[in-house]
Each structure stands twice: as structure tokens, then as C-alpha cells.
Design a protein around this ligand. Structure first.
Ligand SMILES: *Cc1c(COP(=O)(O)O)cnc(C)c1O
Length: 577
């Protein structure tokens, strides 16, 4: 995890010309800065870290979230409760002088920005500005707009997105970024930035109202990445709410972005006003093209920031055998030549770290000698965290016949996601039923730090989404960097990273059986079969060949599914293309 470090800012220096401005509703900068909720925010942080490594002139914008996402507590029955996270903003960030103002529901809402600096492997700096409306001049309601990530109702959310999109562009201008080359919208939350850019274009041309040419100029400036095929992931706001929040404006050039039922679809807004649009894996690109048939949608597969997501024992190992891997992640390809005993030793060290953490946190009594399955990601219905518990008698039989195993779970459910909360309760019920036959631990309050321990310290990384809903998934990429193979439903990135028995194993076959036709019983049966007949026997009785899979996970997947490769593709296709 990047440490917070003393920051020196020179406000007189204007932003570099031809920078990329990266906008994201959430961003994972440090584990203890609660400005992220899960995969999307971690990806945003990894994107900026990779940009800094590659010396890409970039600046990132998000909101501050003084009360964070939420702290998760779970009771003995698996019921999640949420509380605000208090954190000392000044310990991590430096306040910057400019103030800008955004009109919301007719009120002028003042905004300031806090600066965080991401330093690349060779010292190049990428600034991140977190917008804060908690200023004495604002009303209590407006001051709370940058308090909670994904909190509140549609009105609260639209106001937040107005601050991010419109306020973000104004803040960058006030900070001296006058000639930005591209605006990259990480998900539709940032789409309103296009309205501010349209107004700028119109104003520069001396027009009161944006014209068709202005729309074309803005399109050349914008890049949009869509992140999910789940409908709830695409923000839609009733046009009367939009009119109330943004005030009267001529939305005529944006008619295409409205559904006939009178909602502004933030994804359509971004799609209509971007010259390059992508999904986050090959399959997700295909699915997005069927969802939004009128648009040209490419794909750039997600990655993770290699140095951030490699646990210390593997960092040391790579430093010894593959010097330069931090600057050039592709060189992890040479992990195939690291001696197997060294790989195993590093893995045991990472595993010990995880098991100690689990036993300390939830007193689970896990055994570092026992095969450990990890599953840590957002708790939500389509991720099916409870699929492995479909047949608990079968699990007990597998454990006694093929070799014992234990499981580590973690993940937060969004406060309003009842389906996700139900998944956590079911995992707790399974834990009680399986007891010592198959020990199960659920770690509360998942974080980036815990994600590093879980993905590096497990022996197998499990993923059971309902296809095609896993747009990419990134935790399996973190596991791969640490030599931890995946057992996963073929969806998202795994369709690209999976080679059976070489980089891990698949659940069910690769033909795209999508959600309607997908039978959980047959996915569970396939999972059990792989575990009982292939994975456990190999782990306990042919460790040499298991370690060979571990090395291939690093060499074939760890080397490729990085944000370094991803950013090079953005440079090639979206930023400078
Ligand atoms: C990587 C990460 C995720 C994303 O996991 P998926 O596999 O994409 O579901 C979520 N939360 C945290 C804290 C992470 O570090």
C-alpha cells in the first residue's frame, strides 16, 4: 500500500499541458482512506498508480467522503450493520487554495479541493484532487454532499455527481489546467462533466447555447469506460429532478441521452459525448455492444497495479529473480524460471500472514497447513458468494476423501442491497453447520489491506459470478500476481486468463451459458468435481505440479493483467490516438 508521505505543493505551477484528466466517483489511494467501496475505486487508484509509473501526465478528480463508505460490523448471525468512518483528512491530504462554485437547485455551492500525490516507481507525480463541499458558507445539506460514498437517495446522488462532473472541471481550471487533452470518465457517475465542457465550448465560440459543433468538439475530448452489465449500475435520473438540480438549461443537443420515459441515463450521456468508449474485458465489450447497440464500444481489459498487489514475500522474490519488474510488469513472464522451492517458501510466508490475521480477527482457529480457499469481494447477489455451500454434505465428503480444506470470506454489502446482506447471512449459516468439518471464517470490514492478505495468502482464489454479469473482476488478478491460481466461472477477465490446469481451473464449460439458462446446481457440481478430483489431490499429493500452476499464474496472468498494460492500451487507443 502506498504510504502517506509529506507533501509539498507549489500552487503557482500551472498543470502540465496535454494532461489526461481522470474522473471517478471513488478512488482507492490508501487502505485507510475510506474513499473507495470496492473494485471500481481500487481500479481507479491502480490506474493512477500505473499512470505515475509510466510518466503519463495525468490528474485525477474524485470526492472527499469525510464519513467514508461505511464501517461494516457483522453479528453472530451474519447480520451486517453500518456506521460512518471517521478519518483525519489532514493526515493524508493537503488543502489547496482555489475555491469554485457550482449551482445546485439554484444555490451557489462552494467547493474546495484536497490534494494527494501518487508517486510512480521512478518518482513521477500524479496529483489527485478530492472535492469537498463542507465549507461554512454552504447550507448543512450541501455541506453533507461530499460526506458519504454511495449514500442517500437519487437527489443526493445527482447533486454529488454534479459536484464531481461540473465542480471537478471548474476546479481543474482554477488549479491551472487550461489545456487538458482528454477527460476520462471512469463509469457514468462523472458524465455531467460533458455539460460543463459543452458550456465552455459554447462560451469560447461566443454562443449562448451549445451547438452541434460544440458537441463534436467535446466528443473529441472525452473517453468513457463502462463497468457493469448490471442495470442498477447505470445511474438514471428523472428529467424533472435533473432540471431542478441543474437549473434551466437547454438539453436539446442531448436528446439522444434521454429515454422516452423521461430519464437522463448517465451511461447514454457519456456514450454520446465520447470519442472512445470501452468495456473492461473482451466479453464485457460484447455484452455492452448488445446493451447499447447504437454506439461503437471497444474493450480494454482491466488490470491491477503490480507492486501494490504483490505481497512482501513475493516482492522480495521478484526483486531477486526479476529485477525491474516494478517498472516493467511484462517481465513477470520470467517467473517460470524461479525455482519451485522459492515460490513455495514465499507462498507459505504470505499464507501465514493471512491465517494469523484471520485467527486474530475472528478467532477462527484456521490451520496454516490446511488448503485454504479465499473469496473476498462485494457481497451482492450476482457474485453468488454462497454457491459453494449448495450441498454441504458433499463438501464434508470432499474434505474427508480428497483432503481437508478451510475457507476465508470477506466483503461488504451495500447498505441498501438486501440480496447482498442475505448472502452474508447464508455464509454464516453454512459456517455454523459445517463447523470443524470445513472451517469457514468471515472477515468483517473488508479493505485494500485485507484484500492484499487474502489474495496472496489463499491457496486457491474462488469466483462464482452469474455470467455475464462479472464485467471483469480484479481480485483474481491480484491472486495471480502472488502465484495463487483461480477456480472460477468463465466470465469477465477469466475468459481471457484461464488455461485449464495451467493457470487455474474453470467451473462449468466455456460456452457462454448466461444467467437465464445457468443452473446453480450444475455450477456447484462442477466446482465440487474440480475440487475433489483435480485440485485437492494435486495440492496434497502432487505439490510439484501444483507449484507449476502457481508459477504459470504469475508468468501468464500476473504479467499481463496489470494496470500498466491497461494504461498502455488507453494511451494507444483512447488518450493519444
Ligand atoms: C480488488 C478489490 C475488490 C474487487 O474484487 P472483484 O474480484 O473485482 O470482485 C473489491 N474490494 C476490495 C477491497 C479490493 O481490493
Amino acid at each position: 500500500m502506498p504510504e502517506s508521505q509529506p507533501i509539498t505543493v507549489r500552487q503557482d505551477v500551472p498543470g502540465p499541458e496535454r494532461s489526461i484528466a481522470y474522473f471517478s466517483m471513488e478512488i482507492g489511494l490508501e487502505s485507510r482512506m475510506p474513499t473507495y467501496s470496492g473494485g471500481l475505486g481500487v481500479l481507479a487508484g491502480d490506474t493512477v498508480r500505473a499512470g505515475a509509473d509510466l510518466n503519463i501526465p495525468m490528474v485525477a478528480v474524485s470526492l472527499l467522503y469525510r464519513k467514508g463508505y461505511f464501517r461494516q460490523e457483522i453479528d453472530g448471525e451474519g447480520r451486517q450493520t453500518e456506521s460512518p468512518v471517521g478519518w483525519a483528512v489532514e493526515e493524508f491530504l493537503l488543502e489547496t487554495p482555489p475555491r469554485v462554485s457550482v449551482s445546485i437547485e439554484g444555490r451557489a455551492v462552494g467547493l474546495r479541493a484536497w490534494k494527494y500525490v501518487v508517486r510512480g516507481a521512478e518518482g513521477f507525480q500524479v496529483p489527485v484532487y478530492l472535492l469537498d463541499s463542507d465549507l461554512s458558507e454552504n447550507t448543512a445539506w450541501d455541506r453533507a454532499l461530499t460526506h458519504s460514498l454511495y449514500g442517500g437517495d437519487a437527489r443526493y446522488r445527482l447533486c454529488q455527481e454534479t459536484l464531481l462532473g461540473i465542480g471537478g472541471v471548474r476546479m481543474l481550471r482554477a488549479l491551472g489546467y487550461r489545456n487538458l487533452l482528454r477527460f476520462h470518465m471512469n463509469e457514468g457517475h462523472a458524465s455531467l462533466l460533458t455539460l460543463e465542457l459543452l458550456d465552455e465550448e459554447a462560451k469560447n465560440a461566443g454562443r449562448g447555447v451549445p451547438s452541434k459543433e460544440d458537441v463534436e468538439s467535446v466528443r473529441q475530448l472525452c473517453v468513457f469506460t463502462t463497468h457493469t452489465p448490471v442495470p442498477a449500475g447505470h445511474d438514471k435520473f428523472p428529467v424533472d429532478l435533473v432540471a431542478r438540480v441543474l437549473g434551466p438549461r437547454d438539453l436539446d443537443p442531448l436528446r439522444d441521452c434521454f429515454h422516452d420515459d423521461g430519464v437522463l441515463n448517465m451511461t447514454c450521456l457519456a456514450l454520446s459525448l465520447s470519442h472512445f468508449v470501452n468495456g473492461v474485458a473482451k466479453r464485457h465489450g460484447e455484452v455492452s455492444r448488445t446493451m447499447f447497440a447504437n454506439y461503437d464500444i471497444d474493450s480494454i481489459t482491466n488490470g491491477v497495479h503490480a507492486a501494490t498487489w504483490t505481497a512482501p514475500p513475493f516482492q522480495e522474490l521478484f526483486d531477486r529473480y526479476i529485477p525491474g519488474w516494478r517498472q516493467d510488469n511484462f517481465s513477470l513472464r520470467y517467473a517460470l524460471s524461479i525455482p519451485k522451492p522459492e515460490v513455495w517458501k514465499a507462498h507459505l510466508s504470505a499464507k501465514k500472514r493471512l491465517i494469523e490475521h484471520v485467527n486474530q480477527t475472528v478467532r477462527a482457529g484456521l490451520d496454516p497447513n490446511v488448503f485454504t480457499i479465499g473469496f473476498a469481494r462485494r457481497a451482492t447477489a450476482y457474485k453468488r458468494g454462497d454457491l459453494i455451500f449448495h450441498d454441504m454434505e458433499r463438501l464434508k465428503r470432499i474434505s474427508s476423501r480428497a483432503g481437508s480444506f478451510q475457507m476465508v470470506f470477506a466483503g461488504k454489502a451495500h447498505p441498501q442491497d438486501e440480496g447482498g446482506k442475505e448472502i452474508i447471512r447464508r455464509i454464516f449459516q453454512a459456517k455454523d453447520r459445517l463447523r470443524s468439518a470445513v472451517p469457514v471464517a468471515y472477515l468483517p470490514d473488508h479493505s485494500m489491506e485485507q484484500a492484499l492478505w487474502a489474495t496472496s495468502g489463499s491457496d486457491l482464489w474462488l469466483n462464482t459470478p452469474l455470467p455475464p454479469l462479472e464485467a471483469s473482476g480484479t481480485s483474481g488478478m491480484k491472486a495471480a500476481l502472488n502465484g495463487v491460481p483461480s477456480l472460477s466461472v468463465p466470465d469477465g477477465w477469466w475468459l481471457e486468463g484461464h488455461i485449464e490446469g495451467v493457470t487455474g481451473w474453470s467451473i462449468g464449460d466455456k460456452t457462454p451459458v448466461h444467467r437465464e439458462g445457468r443452473d446453480p446446481a450444475s455450477d456447484a457440481a462442477s466446482l465440487y468435481g474440480k475440487l475433489e478430483n483435480v485440485i485437492l489431490p494435486q495440492f496434497y499429493r502432487a505439490p510439484d505440479s501444483f507449484i507449476d500452476v502457481m508459477r504459470h499464474a504469475v508468468a501468464l496472468n500476473g504479467s499481463f493483467f496489470t494496470t500498466q498494460r491497461m494504461m498502455l492500451q488507453y494511451v494507444l487507443h483512447a488518450y493519444f490516438g
